[in-house]
Design a protein around this ligand. Structure first.
Ligand SMILES: [Zn+2]
Length: 93
């Protein structure tokens, strides 16, 4: 385990992750694979069950129907709640 001092020496602000984050958010997210936090099933985002409404969308696991992703759109922002996903895997090529 690294000491707090060693970890502090590696710490940058979030702006330093801009390049890596652009690889995540500039892709077709429906091809990403999402692992359900509830049951552990892994499916492409495009295979999740979509429940859309005026404010956004809820994407549910096709195996257990737990909410995996929530999207909401306002006039100025798009909100993404991925707390129902254990992880999202986005293929680079
Ligand atoms: Zn599930």
């Amino acid at each position: 385990m690294q000491s707090v001092t060693a970890m502090d020496s590696m710490r940058l602000d979030g702006n330093a992750a801009a390049g890596l984050l652009s690889e995540v958010f500039a892709r077709d997210a429906t091809a990403a694979r999402a692992t359900c936090m509830q049951c552990g099933a892994t499916d492409s985002v495009g295979a999740l069950h979509l429940y859309a409404h005026e404010m956004g969308a809820v994407l549910r696991c096709p195996s257990c129907e737990a909410v995996v992703l929530r999207l909401a759109r306002t006039k100025t922002d798009v909100w993404l709640d991925a707390t129902g996903a254990r992880c999202l895997v986005i293929r680079l090529s």
